[in-house]
Structure formats: C-alpha cells, structure tokens
Design a protein around this ligand. Structure first.
Ligand SMILES: Nc1ncnc2c1ncn2[C@@H]1O[C@H](COP(=O)(O)OP(=O)(O)OP(=O)(O)O)[C@@H](O)[C@H]1O
Length: 548
C-alpha cells in the first residue's frame, strides 16, 4: 500500500494543543475553556450534540478563528505562526468542481510546497497523495463528477499535499454510508499512524473504537470529557458509543473534566520549533492562481457562453433600438449621441460587474483556507484580474462592434478606437467594482441581488438621464466618484460631443458641452485609478473579513 510516511518524516512534526480556549460569538460564549491535546500519531474524535461547539473548537484549533481567551500551540509555537503545519478541512468540500483530482492536488502542491520545488516533484507529490488516498481510479475525474465521499477524500488530500503535522477534519464522515464511513475512519487512522496528529469531529459513533482519544462536547460549548473510547463508556456508564449521547443529554451542565480547563497549561516543549512553511513569492502565487482560475473558467463552458454571448446581444439591441441614421440628424442627433454613449457605458459596466460579482464569494471558503497557509490576497486578486480583464475586454469588443456597424458614431477611426478604449476602461473599473462587491458579501445570492445597488447609482449619476449641470452640489460630488460619469465624459469627448452639442439642445436637455471636453486619456486614467482604488478596497475587505 502507498503511504505518505516519507513525506511526514521530511518535516519536523509536532502535535497541537489547546488550553482553556474560549470563543464568543453574537454576545454568547460558544466554547468554554476547552483544553485538548492532539499529539502526533494519535487519532482524536470530538463528538457531541448538534450545536455543542465541535466545529467552533476545530476552527479555533486551526487558527481560522481568534479565541476570546486561551491559547492554541503547535510544537510550542502559537498556531497562527504555524498555519502551514495544520491541515484543516472544514465541513463540506473545498474544491473547484471544474478541476480533476490530480489537477487540484497539483495546484495545491504548487501553493503549499516550498518555492523552487521542481515540476517533477510537484507531480510526484500529487501522485503520492492520490495513491495514499486510494483515489487512483478517480485521479482524472472532475470533482463535480465525484461522489460526496470521494470529494471529501480529495479535500483531505489537498491538505495532505502540504505535509501538515496535524490534520483537522470537520465531520468528514457525515453523509457517508456505513462502509464508506468505516473506510474514512481507517484512512484517518492510517494517517495518524504515519506520524501526524489527526482530529475529527463526527456524529458517527460506529468507528470510534479506532480512535485513541474521544472528546465529548456538551451543549453550551463545554468540553465534558476527554479520554480513551473505553474510559468514555465507563465514565458515562453505558455499553456502546451511541448511548453516550443519551447519557450526556440526561446530565446536568457542569465544569469540564478529564482534559478540561482544570488541567494546567501544557508546557511548550523545549526548543519550540520554527514554522516550516515558506509560501511561494507573490508572483508565483499569482501565476498559479491565475492558471487555475483560467482553467476553471474555460471548463465552465455554459457560464462562459452566457457571459460572452450576452455582449453582442446587448450590442445589437442598442444598435437596433436607436432610430436609423439618427446620429446624423442636425438636432436630435446630438441628443441621441449622448444616449448612444450612455447605452454603451451601461452595457460595458453591466458586463464587468456581472462577470466579477460572484467570483470571490463562491470560493470564499477556499480562499480563507489558502490565505491561512500563506496565499496572499493581492496575489489572489491579481489572478482574478489576469482572467477577468481580458475576458471583459473581449466582451466589450463584442458589444461595441455591432453598435458601431449599426450606428456609426461619426467620430472617425481614431474616435471609434478611443470610444472602444473608454468602454474597456469602464468595464475594467466595473470588474473591480464587482470583485469588491463579491468580497463584501457572504453568498452568491447576496452578490447577485446586490448588483442593482451598485448599478443603479451608475445609471442615475452618469449625467445622461439627469445632466450633471442640473444636479444639486452634493449629488454632483457623488456623481464625480462614479465610473459612469467619467465613462460618459470619455465617450462623449471621443465623439466630439462638445462641438456637436448646440445651444438649442442644451437649453432643452440641460446637457453642457464642456462636460464632453475632457481629454480622453485623462478619463481613461481616472477610470484606471478608480479600478485600482476598488481593487484595494476588495483586498482590504478580504484581509479583514476572512479571519475572525
Ligand atoms: N458566528 C456565530 N455567531 C453566533 N453564533 C454562532 C456562530 N457560529 C456558531 N454559533 C453558535 O455556536 C454554537 C456551536 O456551533 P458549532 O457549529 O460549533 O456546533 P457543532 O457542534 O459543530 O454543530 P453541528 O454538529 O450541528 O455541526 C451553535 O449554537 C451555533 O449556533
């Protein structure tokens, strides 16, 4: 049988220990002074009623949640300084459905193994983990096509690739049938026997006999008991593991015992070990993440077709909506010129926001995990931009060309090119806005339903429906901060609307020719600046929002 023993021995291994860890949330204590140790070579299970705090304990141990009190150490060093030593598999699966198992593990290896690891070693590491997980047959199957149990194993493999000395798994057996559950527990037993500390939370009791230690959580976040499976049966006065839940429900709330808070803090081992992991440099991270994102985007054919396909449809709709040859009309053409610019920018902003608004939030859990092992948020956002910006440039070309064919703006080739450039800049700023939105929400549904909140002000404040000159001063100030206002100025300037707008039409509509007399490169520069500001805001939001 393949093992990953050699890999574990290469690194200094150390167990994880929590002392008197307390977690509060929403004004309540959800974990009370929990003390627990997971030494290397041991398999530890945390059981307990739903809502008793098992996941909270794991998150605190994994360092993804900051406890209100107590300490968590790996090899004597605070866990937050040794995140790369801890493999954490939250409930559910942290995988990209578009990738195969081999590809996912290969990317994980690139992000987790030391910089400079050769391509052959990265491949070998992915193969080694596939073999250890007995997933040879599924190695080239996409995650989306795997069963739940197989996906869980693959999630576990993604963490194992980095050779963690501690592995924490939140309910890895939930939803598996009895046979698969037994196999999962045997796999975890094997991983512990190979020399790492393994902790899992579980509701399943049939395989608890495989564990060295069982920790029992009682409602209210109280760690009621820590000991061997046999000691647990004796402590609760029951014959089998299932009955522990019944006995626990009948007990009064009380202070922890066994491994609870009464124990003194475990002394850090002498010569506490330094963190092992050194994350790859920013550029390498950005490259790996961009490759992975591009691969996932290209594989998601239906989504890509919708994104790209809607651009010419919107373009044709704009082109046909305007009356034929109206732009050459001496009077109305000026008004329709403004409308043409407005519709183009609305299309460009729409395409940018829609392409980006779900792209962070849908992999938020993966990002949280990867930032914990050293992936940088700026590398992540660069990778998003490396894919989304070219994609939205293509969309904008497909939007603009039908419009120009059906309604030539009459600004000459250089004017057309400038208009195209402004539309691209507006869509890129909108991509950044979409990424910020995606970073600020917590679900894809929230992202989609929040799009009008950012889009409607862009429509109202552009200066086409309500001319800027007629706005009250505070609104004018806000309008000057919108993408659409500068895109309209840029497009109108490229179309020479300043000279085309006559006083008559201005009197009727409120349009001001000076609004369109800004150099086009300046408007593009302003849009680019806006894009950078919004990307920074997205990065700031992610930096603050991923770890509590
Ligand atoms: N962010 C939060 N804000 C408020 N309460 C929270 C938060 N996270 C968890 N809780 C509460 O803390 C308690 C423990 O939650 P936790 O998810 O750790 O329980 P669990 O034992 O893992 O449950 P299950 O077995 O159902 O997964 C629950 O009552 C939960 O509602």
């Amino acid at each position: 049988m393949s093992t990953i023993t050699g890999a574990v021995q290469e690194a200094e291994v150390a167990g994880i220990s929590a002392h008197a860890v307390t977690v509060t949330a929403g004004g309540q204590t959800i974990l009370r002074e929990a003390t627990l140790e997971v030494p290397v070579g041991k398999l530890v299970a945390v059981i307990g009623a739903s809502g008793s705090g098992k996941s909270t304990l794991l998150r605190a141990l994994a360092g993804v949640l900051l406890p209100a009190g107590g300490t968590v150490h790996v090899g004597g060093v605070p866990v937050r300084q040794r995140m790369t030593d801890v493999g954490y598999v939250p409930f559910g699966t942290l995988v990209h459905p578009e990738l195969t198992v081999r590809e996912a593990l290969r990317y994980a290896a690139e992000l987790r193994l030391p910089p400079g690891t050769s391509a052959a070693d990265l491949d070998a590491r992915a193969d080694e983990v596939i073999a250890a997980l007995h997933m040879g047959e599924q190695a080239d199957v996409r995650m989306a096509s795997l069963s739940d149990g197989q996906r869980r194993r693959a999630s576990c493999g993604i963490e194992l690739v980095g050779r963690p000395s501690v592995l924490l798994l939140d309910e890895p057996a939930t939803g598996l049938d009895a046979v698969l559950e037994q196999r999962m527990m045997e796999l975890l037993r094997g991983l512990a026997d190979e020399g790492r500390g393994v902790l899992l939370s579980t509701h399943a009791t049939s395989s608890l006999g495989l564990c060295d230690v069982v920790a029992v959580m009682a409602p209210g976040g109280e760690l009621r008991f820590v000991g061997s499976p046999q000691e647990m049966l004796e402590r609760f006065g029951v014959q089998n593991f299932d009955q522990v839940y019944v006995a626990l429900a009948l007990e009064e709330p009380r202070r922890p015992e066994g491994g609870g808070a009464d124990r003194p803090a475990p002394a850090p081992p002498r010569g506490a070990r330094a963190p092992r992991g050194v994350a790859p440099p920013l550029a390498t991270q950005a490259r790996v993440l961009a490759r992975r994102y591009a691969q996932c985007t290209l594989r998601n054919r239906r989504q890509l077709t919708i994104l790209v396909g809607q651009a010419p449809v919107i373009g044709l709709a704009i082109g046909f909506a305007l009356p034929h040859d109206i732009l050459s009309d001496q009077t109305l053409g000026q008004y329709y010129g403004v409308m043409l610019c407005f519709l183009l920018l609305v299309g460009a902003i729409w395409l940018g926001i829609i392409a980006a608004c779900r792209e962070v939030v849908r992999e938020r859990a993966i990002l949280a995990r990867e930032t914990a092992i050293g992936v940088r948020v700026d590398a992540y956002l660069c990778a998003k931009c490396a894919v989304l910006l070219p994609l939205s440039a293509v969309q904008v070309v497909l939007l603009v060309v039908p419009v120009f064919v059906l309604q030539p703006p009459g600004a000459g080739v250089s004017g057309d090119v400038q208009m195209l450039a402004v539309c691209v800049a507006a869509s890129w700023a909108a991509v950044a806005m979409g990424l910020w939105l995606s970073a600020a929400v917590t679900s894809s549904d929230q992202a989609t339903s929040s799009v009008p909140l950012v889009l409607i002000p862009q429509l109202l404040l552009a200066g086409a429906i309500i001319p800027l000159a007629t706005m009250i001063a505070p609104l004018k100030l806000v309008a000057n901060l919108t993408v659409s206002r500068w895109a309209l100025t840029g497009l109108g300037s490229a179309m020479h609307l300043d000279t085309r707008l006559s006083g008559d039409i201005g009197t009727v509509t409120g349009f001001d020719p000076t609004f369109y007399s800004v150099p086009v490169p300046l408007t593009i520069g302003i849009l680019a600046g806006g894009m950078l500001i919004m990307l920074s805001a997205a990065g700031f939001r992610l930096d603050r929002g991923l770890v509590r």
